[in-house]
Design a binder for this molecule. Structure first.
Ligand code: NA7
Length: 535
């Protein structure tokens, strides 16, 4: 059986950064990845139009200053292929390839107290031993295949945006898309011209805010290169890790004319959904009055974008702006095309899928293809597929007992020594690469300290473990933070209630990425309180 100092699970942004970091510490590291290629999300989601929601200049690692200035990005928002190519480049640049084992799934990991190691069983029958186990399995990875009545009766193919790994021929076909989050919206805009007829089945109308995508000019690139330090400073202080100035100004403290001007400017001149939520005003996420005022502005813009009054009615959201922002240009305008229709479940309830297509209370929609853009099993979806056996029992049982997935700082779990999450439960919902770097640096710091202690005590493995009390305090803080949040007013994966409908307050850290960064920085400076180091 091969033995490693560390095993990293997953070869997306999280896994690749942690592999790089732990290798840098001089450890023997193996990264295992279930897909046949690296890329994580950017391997699994190759649907037409799959694009990052974060601006290209900050949808990357900040640690390699030279690469930041030299690596090309063609558009303001990265298409799937470019994100995957960037990760492949990182692997090549840091010679990580020989440490990555593809097409290999982690099935079981059990902690052996007698030897202070993890025994890891893989899909190919191999078993490894490791001291440290870093889990970068993805917080939005396992596709949500909802139990839609009659779906198994449909005679055509059914695809899912979260598991789209080859080109599917949609040209000239009648296509139904279920789901209108980021994936559904991107897909609809990008296939409308190719298909014969497109019907978007929408359970909840979303506010879709334009973003300034398009080719990157030399001038823009030069400006970014000259100002990268400031750009990262903004990212580090922004609630969702974007290079956007976030002010605390209360929305209603400025005149209606001024608000209108500010929002009009954001809508027309390149912002994104994130800048409406956390940008010129500081209370869109917390004041119902401010949020409603913004919704009125959105309604006006949506009305200006859609020509058919019936489609307009169906596409106008009735809920406040508190889902994860969908940020994409040309969404509403796509429904002006004659071959594109919208079904709003509130107006015409969905009845069933049948052999020929989808039946609503209003009519039968005959289809050749159904596409599910129904999102993911958030947070614990990946972990539920793996059997983790800790000091006192399984991770699944521990989380079932708690009623939700738990952690300390989104990183550690009590009873599971030397096991760490990347974007684990109670992490901030944020731009992924900066979060991955923060958490990866934190974990590397913990391991560095443990390795130094190991040297001092004659080579005996040091166990790093989140203390139960620290975890409970962190969980309580996350629950409290979620109480005043408007995010709770609508169902989405931010409250983990998009699938079950059951409210799970405290599943994410909702005080923003900036506050999260300060919190973990303080923990580092104080020598990692809340984690025990024992032999
Ligand atoms: P999301 O944002 O979770 O969106 C899923 C969409 O699917 C959303 O519109 C849901 O409607 C809809 N949905 C889910 N289940 C059903 C059923 N059973 N019937 C009809 N509609 C359903 O996932 P995405 O893949 O779009 O985006 C995930 C992240 O990837 C995104 O945040 C970016 O980071 C990229 P609902 O609104 O819940 O009524």
């Amino acid at each position: 059986m091969s033995t490693f100092d560390a095993i990293v699970v997953g070869a997306g942004f999280g896994g690749i950064f942690n592999l790089y970091k732990l290798k840098e510490l001089g450890l023997s590291v193996k990264c295992i990845e279930k897909a046949p290629e690296i890329g994580g999300t950017w391997y699994w989601s190759q649907y037409p139009g799959a694009t990052s929601n974060s601006a290209s200049e900050v949808y990357r690692f900040s640690f390699d200053k030279e690469l930041l200035k030299t690596y090309p990005w063609s558009r303001h928002f990265l298409p799937q292929k470019e994100s995957q190519a960037y990760l492949k480049h990182i692997v090549e640049r840091y010679d990580l390839g020989p440490h990555i084992q593809l097409s290999t799934e982690l099935k079981e990991a059990s902690f052996d107290a007698a030897t202070s190691t993890w025994n890891v069983s893989l899909s190919n029958g191999e078993t490894y031993k490791t001291t440290y186990l870093v889990l970068a399995c993805g917080s939005l990875h396992i596709p949500n295949w909802p139990k839609i009545p009659g779906l198994d009766k449909f005679s055509g193919p059914v695809y899912h945006t979260g598991d789209w790994r080859e080109k599917h021929d949609l040209s000239g076909k009648r296509v139904g898309v279920i789901g209108t989050g980021s994936s559904g919206a991107q897909l609809v805009v990008n296939i409308a011209d190719e298909v014969k007829h497109l019907v978007s089945f929408q359970r909840t109308a979303q506010h879709v805010v334009p973003h300034p995508d398009g080719p990157v000019s030399d001038e823009y690139r030069e400006w970014i290169n000259n100002n990268y330090d400031d750009v990262w400073e903004q990212v580090n202080n922004h609630p969702m890790g974007h290079a956007i100035v976030h002010k605390s100004t209360p929305t209603m403290s400025v005149s209606a004319e001024e608000r209108e001007k500010i929002w009009e400017d954001l809508w027309n001149h390149g912002a994104s959904g994130f800048s409406f939520l956390y940008g010129p005003f500081g209370d869109i996420h917390s004041s119902a009055e401010a949020n409603r005022e913004l919704c009125k502005f959105f309604e006006k813009k949506i009305a200006q974008s859609i020509t058919d009054p019936d489609k307009l009615k169906k596409l106008t959201p009735s809920l406040i702006y508190a889902k994860r922002p969908v940020t994409l240009s040309g969404y509403y305008e796509t429904f002006n095309k004659e071959n594109v229709d919208i079904v709003n479940y509130e107006h015409t309830p969905f009845v069933t899928v049948n052999e020929k297509g989808i039946l609503t209370e209003e009519k039968q929609w005959d289809l050749d293809v159904i596409i599910l853009a129904t999102g993911y099993e958030p947070i614990d979806g990946s972990y539920n597929k793996i059997d983790f056996q800790g000091k006192h029992g399984t991770l699944k049982d521990s989380w079932a007992k708690a009623g939700l997935p738990t952690s300390y700082l989104g990183i550690g779990e009590s009873g599971f020594p030397n096991m760490f999450f990347i974007v684990g439960p109670q992490s901030p919902p944020t731009n992924i690469p900066p979060l991955v770097e923060s958490q990866g640096n934190f974990i590397a710091g913990l391991i560095e300290k443990a390795e130094a202690q190991k040297k001092e005590n004659g080579g005996k493995t040091v166990l790093i473990e989140a203390e139960e009390e620290a975890k409970q305090q962190w969980m309580e803080k996350c629950r409290t933070l979620s109480e005043g949040s408007l995010f709770r007013a609508v169902k989405s994966y931010i409250f983990g209630n998009n699938l079950s409908g059951k409210d799970a307050p405290g599943i994410w850290w909702l005080d923003g990425y900036g506050a999260y960064q300060s919190t973990i920085k303080e923990v580092i400076e104080n020598g990692y309180p809340g984690f025990s180091f024992s032999t």
